[in-house]
Design a protein around this ligand. Structure first.
Ligand code: MG
Length: 394
């Protein structure tokens, strides 16, 4: 491979514990349906100036093999830290690639990076290396906010001038041999520029827009999806509606649990789980909107594991699955048809309970009790039925 070749490395071995979901964040789906890793990788694969694109995952990663990563090569060189992953990937590449190869390292969790900024960075790194003014370059956003330091109790203690301050982003572009040596000497580095500077090399900065953010918290995902929706010419916001229905028979000697709230009642509801018909209908509405199957398939009543199950936990598990696809709840509206007991006094507690399970504002949850005027099985007090509808957006 000639010394002028360019390789992009996308370390994707992190577990993303701050996102609050089990799936590592690089595998969460964004608006448009692709995972974050596919979206980020696709931007680099579409740049002809980049000769190879390498995605580095953990040796035991069960997700990446099923993705559409285009021409990217999958390396199972992930380590305990980002620095270790990049080091091991560079070491694997160094077997065949020349030390002078330009390497761009980019976070999988920065799916909003612009093609034009990547091309500008390749140009800038080549320029500073040729001139000898720096060993490489990084993208960074200038800090426009006033910056201060606070002590451990939340009291501001120091005013810091924002003059010359940057938030360091990625990609970061250096020559393979120098970067590998620098990382080997600085395994605790949180980014490549820190390791290069620790090794005594100068690093040039190239300004990029502030929206080249790293997805770290759930609200970052919503921000990324809003921008993807705004920028995609033919793409609009993805909106889905879901419908759920459930009914349970009245039975004596059972509790009457609705929406996770125990309601005082002479009769309870029969069922394999706790027979919470409202949570079952809500679960099916959410699964239906996201085309993720239904409650009977996910939690079969033939499985003894779900006997007497807390339906709140089942709803939570279903919602975690749907959230992983990038969905957020617009609102939830439900009708509970029960001749008895009187449910209106319990509506605020039921809405709060459902909202707590889904971690959403109770203002987005509505529950409307109805009698059936004495007609049908609900009217005859044989059981209750529930209808639920949900709006999902991403
Ligand atoms: Mg049910």
């Amino acid at each position: 491979m000639p010394e002028t070749s360019t390789i992009a490395i996308i370390p994707a071995a992190g577990v993303g514990s701050r996102m609050g979901v089990e799936t590592p964040k690089q595998y969460l789906r964004l608006a448009g349906g692709k995972t974050m890793l596919e979206t980020t990788t696709g931007i680099f694969c579409a740049i002809a100036e980049i000769d190879r694109v390498v995605v580095a995952v953990s040796p035991g990663d069960p997700y990446a093999g099923n993705l559409d990563l285009g021409r990217a090569e999958l390396f199972r060189t992930g380590g305990e830290s980002r620095a270790q992953t990049v080091t091991q990937t560079l070491a694997a590449l160094a077997v065949e690639a020349a030390p002078g190869t330009l390497v761009l390292v980019h976070d999988a969790a920065r799916p909003l990076v612009r093609r034009s900024d990547i091309l500008a960075l390749i140009g800038k790194a080549g320029e500073v290396i040729r001139e000898g003014s720096a060993a490489g370059a990084v993208l960074a956003a200038p800090v426009h906010d006033t910056v201060k330091r606070a002590d451990g109790t939340g009291i501001l203690t120091e005013d810091i001038s924002r003059e010359g301050l940057y938030r360091i982003a990625t990609p970061q572009a250096f020559r393979l041999g120098e970067l590998l040596a620098a990382l080997l000497g600085c395994p605790q580095a949180t980014d490549e520029s820190s390791a290069m500077r620790a090794a005594g090399s100068a690093v040039a900065v190239l300004e990029c827009p502030a929206d080249n953010i790293k997805v770290t918290r759930p609200e970052d995902l919503a921000f990324v999806n809003r921008l993807i929706n705004r920028e995609g010419e033919e793409r609009t916001m993805d909106i889905r509606i879901g419908l759920g229905y459930d009914s349970h028979r009245f039975a004596s000697g059972r509790k009457f649990i609705l929406g996770g709230v125990e309601i005082p009642s002479e009769m309870g509801l029969a069922g394999h789980s706790d027979a919470d018909a409202l949570l079952h209908a809500v679960t099916d509405a959410i699964l239906g909107a996201a085309k993720r199957g239904n409650i009977g398939v996910l939690f079969p009543d033939t499985n003894p594991k779900y006997e007497g199950a807390d339906s709140g936990k089942l709803l939570r598990a279903a919602w975690d699955l749907v959230r992983t696809d990038g969905w957020r709840i617009g609102n939830l509206d439900c009708v509970v048809i029960a001749q008895k007991p009187k449910l209106n006094p319990h509506v605020p507690a039921i809405c709060a309970s459902i909202a707590a399970i889904l971690e959403i504002d109770p203002e987005r949850v509505s529950v409307k009790p109805k009698t059936n005027e004495g007609m049908g099985f609900e009217g005859r007090m044989e059981g209750v039925s529930v209808q639920a509808s949900v709006l999902l957006t991403r």
